[in-house]
Design a protein around this ligand. Sequence first.
Ligand SMILES: [Zn+2]
Length: 254
Amino acid sequence: MTTVDKEALLARYAATKFDVKSLASSTDSTYFKIEAGENIARILPAADGAQPIIKVEKHFVNDEHGRRFGFNCPRMSKQPCPLCDYAWAARDRGDQDAFLSYKSKTQYAMYVIDRNSPNPRPLVLALGHKTFSEKLQPLLEQFSSDDALPWDIYGGCDMVLTRKADGDFGTTAITLMRGSSPLSADQDQLVEILSTVPDINDLRETPKDVGALVDRVAGVRYDAVKQLCEPDIVDVQFSDSAAFALTDGDEVPF
Ligand SMILES: [Zn+2]
């Protein structure tokens, strides 16, 4: 019979910390969150003069534990996507709810730093299609070819995102602070920030193992999706692709 040292056991658990923030998804910390009120962000330039804002198609789904996660649609890398097939098949049979929850959403993603953070580091700012095309894009179109664009490290400007109500994405207003200001007036800090900007193309990465990914999606089994969308899959020679071999334990890259 095992004897339990109750005091020692209680002491062990008495010291257990509970940090609500740590329960959030690990990807949360890499995203710039637009809070209610004024948020000031500086768009970071991409290396080698590349476009600093890229368009992505993203699926957002719940996993079997009810946690929300997102990943780039494999079609972005010209590969078949079982979730797109599933969504469009759902629409064909009149299930609008399933269609809307599984179809991909267009986002415009960029790296920014939070001007209100004492230790700025590159964060991903993702704007929905409507917010980007109606609010940021028209502002960018006002720049002439001679103007320094907002992400210019010396002559650029900050961006103010104002949200009236927390969580209400539709009410985000965007303005650009005209008048140039450097990314940082401190040369060392400027170098430090730029040396940590990730490759913008990382944001285009698509899952390497779509089967394992779909298996994580609540209520959608990869084999069921495959069966349901058989005609489409045959069309794109899905089963021939070595990229879709199912392997256990592989981390799904986002
Ligand atoms: Zn897709």
